[in-house]
Design a binder for this molecule. Structure first.
Ligand code: F6R
Length: 248
């Protein structure tokens, strides 16, 4: 699995943002749209800041862009402090010219009986738009991508999942206590991610070094769902020096 190590996460984020911008512009040149798969969390924030910069300083337009976010807590109100709707608006969507109707984020407000239909429809929408061109990923300490925790199968699609204890502990500070972290989430599946034409999996800092080693060099196993990316035809792992420090 190819790995690109940059000196800093800033340089790495600029690289990824440039790839995204190049795709958007090449599609614009032929009057076509593109589809981005997006992540939240601390890892992609600089990529989004860079894209906002390019919109403001270079006139990069997002009018031909469709987005699908990986996941959302369940239950979750969009206006909550911790919602991924709010996160995406604040870090990206409020600052660019993407049409609102092109934005897709799993709906944390649905009643339980509506979730399965919603998830099926989420997959259908991605397929109808021609599939994801570029998928942006972070990685959790459990080896999760999206909220595909250990045990997630390679073919899994968008669905309601139970969050791992480690993931809930990592989210505790955002929720002012672990007891406030939702127990569930709606996430695109490993299979949904594997269908993307190109994947950038990013990780920064020494806290991610050991899980990156497992994902990149370890056996392909559902104990580390990110390890399935070793089978992806076009996945680049984008690291800073600290997160790459355990790779041989
Ligand atoms: C978020 C997501 C998660 C995060 C992962 C890393 O949409 O899908 O898989 O990418 O938990 O989170 P950070 O970047 O905060 O370390």
């Amino acid at each position: 699995i190819p790995v690109n190590v940059f000196k800093t996460s800033e340089e790495a984020s600029k690289f990824v943002a440039r790839q995204v911008a190049d795709l958007i512009k090449s599609r614009q040149a032929s009057n076509k749209h593109c589809v981005l798969g997006l992540a939240t969390g601390s890892t992609p924030t600089r990529v989004y800041a860079e894209l906002v910069n390019m919109h403001k300083s270079e006139g990069l337009s997002f009018r031909n862009v469709y987005t699908f976010n990986l996941d959302e807590y369940y239950p979750m109100q969009p206006d909550s402090l911790q919602s991924y709707v709010r996160f995406m608006n604040e870090h990206l969507f409020n600052h660019i010219d993407i049409p609102k109707q092109n934005i897709h984020i799993p709906d944390g407000t649905l009643s339980k009986d509506k979730v399965a239909d919603f998830c099926r429809e989420y997959e259908n929408k991605i397929d109808q738009l021609g599939g994801i061109d570029i998928q942006i990923l972070g990685i959790g300490r459990t080896g999760h991508i999206g909220f595909n925790e250990p045990g997630s199968s390679e073919k899994s699609l968008t669905r309601l999942v139970t969050l791992d204890q480690v993931t809930r502990i990592d989210a505790a500070s955002d929720f002012f206590g672990e007891e406030n972290v939702p127990r569930k989430a709606i996430t695109m599946g490993v299979g949904s991610i594997m269908k993307a034409r190109k994947v950038f999996m990013m990780a920064w800092g020494e806290g991610k070094a050991s899980v990156i080693k497992k994902a990149v060099e370890g056996p392909i196993t559902d104990h580390i769902p990110s390890s399935f990316l070793q089978k992806h035809a076009d996945c680049l792992v984008v690291l800073d020096e600290a997160s790459s420090s355990e790779l041989v």
